[in-house]
Design a protein around this ligand. Sequence first.
Ligand code: NAP
Ligand code: F7E
Length: 324
Amino acid sequence: MTKNALITGITGQDGAYIARLLLDKGYEVFGLHARRASDTLWRLRELDVLDRVELIEGDLTDLSSMIRAMNKSQATEVYNLGAQSFVATSWEQPILTGYVTGLGALNMMEAIRLTNQKARFYQASTSEMFGKIQESMQSEATPFYPRSPYGVAKLYAHWMTVNYRESFDMHCSSGILFNHESPLRGIEFVTRKVTDAVARIKQGKQKELRLGNIDAKRDWGHAADYVEAMWLMLQQDVPDDYVVATGRTTTVRDMCKIAFSHVGLNYEDFVVIDPKFYRPAEVEVLLGNPAKAKAKLGWEAKISLEEMITTMVNADMKRVAREV
Ligand code: NAP
Ligand code: F7E
């Protein structure tokens, strides 16, 4: 029997990758598509899945459209990936971030509860919930200390996921994913900002790259690997929370080195520190412990940071070359 899945945030980086993964596994895939004035479907086109998914118009802040999406899709698995996900913007739009990233998750769970309580739910939680880290390596047992309105909104959604699991016996799981990137990453995030700039500088279309705190450290993996972990969580008999990470942390500075040196450039000749990109409160370092995901899901990251960043640079070199 075909399985039906509903993905919120299908037009985002992870939404596109998990849509492809689920289609490859034979699912019928439905995606919530928030109406926008400009085109947001480029990622689904790049992965060649746009014609194979059914888009349902709706917004995470609108419970009635979520209920309609559940009824229309008849989904038995729901992946809640929709969010205002850019940390820096969450200080400029804290209330919107709370509505979409926090309450949006609750709307999705309420829609499930009102339509088909048996449907399985995945919540896209985040290492940003650890924020000002309370342990040098963060696991499912590490206390949370979010440092941005985004992190706080995600923590609300995380605890509501735990609460719905415990209150209503619903199959709700929370994946605490550390940073993951790909050639489909939004241009505002630091890895893609860097790989795009490397391509432009190499092709003579940009002179410098302005960045904020390049001493920040992140545990970076590849989105294509990480969506596998999401799917695995919903295949378990018992819902649970899992950290998904590589177990290696790297500075933004060293990530820049990898990206620039791939095209024979020295990052120090082009990177300019601009306080404009500093955040009101920074998450200095993140390092995840993926032991539980490995033991219980049999999951581990396959793609290295070097392979991912060089693939991203190669993709941006092609994109920039195509521009007129
Ligand atoms: P992304 O590329 O920013 O995608 C976010 C998605 O949410 C987009 O499809 C966006 O639609 C949609 N969206 C925004 N506001 C919405 C609304 N009001 N109603 C419905 N949909 C809305 O994010 P991502 O990197 O794929 O991440 C996926 C999820 O994982 C997010 O929840 C993110 O917070 C979380 N997460 C990401 C990472 C990471 O490193 N990538 C790590 C941990 C957790 P439009 O395209 O129309 O704007
Ligand atoms: O920043 C520093 C910045 O914006 C990474 C989201 O997917 O992962 C992401 O959040 C680091 C930070 O990602 C610039 O200060 C320096 O320390 O790429 P980012 P993020 O904030 O870690 C988590 C897990 C999520 O859940 C989020 O949704 O890089 N940094 N200079 C900069 N960052 C940006 N964006 N731009 C700069 O110029």
